[in-house]
Design a protein around this ligand. Structure first.
Ligand SMILES: C[S@@+](CC[C@H](N)C(=O)[O-])C[C@H]1O[C@@H](n2cnc3c(N)ncnc32)[C@H](O)[C@@H]1O
Length: 314
């Protein structure tokens, strides 16, 4: 199950050590992940990024091309009538995460990166070109990890293998042990967390905050689709989300109606600081400052970005 450089004995030892202290997550090494049906969506995203000119042809699959063709009429309709679509949010979320990651690397040159559920994102490839010394590891379920490793190694023979783990299993704990605990770490997820209900999201966030207590600091960067309360076509967005939920056989949902709800949730999961970026403000010219947490409100964007920080006194 594991594709990284650890020996099987060491992984078994790590599992044994961890078996007793995590009752919520399960050991997934013997079975297929129940979340594997989500993976097809990564082909779509990967292809759209390629079409938009922000990715490499190696990450554009024939499955992605098929899905892009199939969904084009729906996406175009949404752009005309809703004011945005899934594909317009793909660019916004990718850019916001990229820019935050760049700033963090400038502030902390030794920053290590773990991108979970990486799919066919070009980010690791882009950042390795910009920052050749960076320790940037990606992770996904086995089938996607294999496809992504092959794609990466076609264009960069030195790209490391994509790690294999189910983030809801104890395998995640072992992944954190591969990083240098003396240096800060950033965990990235993109296009992922809406596929899980709030309880599972809490389990995932706790899995991260508990695993990083020995690092000086951990940053978490992710996009998140808020409940479409401000949008005239909220019913259409809800219906589309139900279709996605059905197709991905997941618990796809919107968790939060306001930035405050999101902030409280992440604080409860163990983060100290939580910042929410909304595209209307983020991409305004000139960029608008975020108001205080209490004064912030849902501006109506389809996607937001979260930057949560946990600082540890180690
Ligand atoms: C919706 S895609 C997002 C991929 C990519 N980050 C993007 O933005 O296109 C979700 C990815 O999460 C992976 N995934 C889903 N559940 C997972 C799990 N439990 N553990 C690890 N990866 C998972 C899927 O294989 C898929 O590649």
């Amino acid at each position: 199950m594991f594709l990284f450089n650890y020996s099987n004995e060491k992984v078994t030892l790590l599992f044994n050590q961890l078996n007793n202290n995590n009752k919520v997550r399960t050991n997934m090494t013997d079975s297929l992940s129940q979340h594997r049906h989500i993976s097809f969506t990564a082909h779509y995203t990967g292809y759209i990024w390629y079409q938009m000119g922000i990715s490499h042809p190696a990450f554009a699959t024939s499955k992605g091309k098929f899905l892009a063709k199939l969904l084009h009429p729906l996406e175009s309709w949404a752009e005309r009538h809703v004011g945005g679509s899934m594909r317009t949010t793909l660019k916004q979320r990718h850019q916001m995460i990229d820019e935050h990651l760049c700033q963090l690397i400038e502030q902390h040159p030794q920053l290590q990166v773990l991108e979970i559920a990486c799919g066919l994102s070009p980010r690791s490839w882009n950042f390795r070109q910009k920052f050749p010394e960076i320790n940037y590891r990606e992770l996904d379920l086995p089938d996607m990890a294999k496809i992504k490793t092959q794609a990466l190694q076609q264009i960069d023979q030195y790209a490391p293998e994509v790690l294999t783990a189910d983030i809801f299993s104890e395998e995640l704990d072992c992944i954190f042990q591969m990083f240098d605990r003396n240096q800060p770490l950033v965990v990235i997820s993109e296009g992922l967390i809406n596929y899980f209900d709030q309880q599972m999201l809490g389990i995932l966030m706790q899995g991260i905050t508990e695993n990083v207590q020995y690092f000086p600091a951990v940053h978490y960067l992710s996009d998140i689709y808020p409940e479409p309360v401000k949008n005239k076509l909220a019913n259409f967005i809800w219906s589309s989300s139900r279709l996605l939920k059905f197709m991905s056989r997941s618990a796809f949902t919107f968790h939060f109606k306001s930035p405050q709800e999101l902030q409280h949730f992440f604080q409860d999961a163990g983060f100290d600081q939580v910042e929410v970026q909304q595209p209307q403000r983020y991409f305004a010219e000139p960029r608008q400052q975020n108001p205080t947490h209490e004064q912030d409100e849902h501006l109506g964007d389809l996607v937001w970005m979260v930057h949560a920080v946990k600082k540890n006194s180690v």
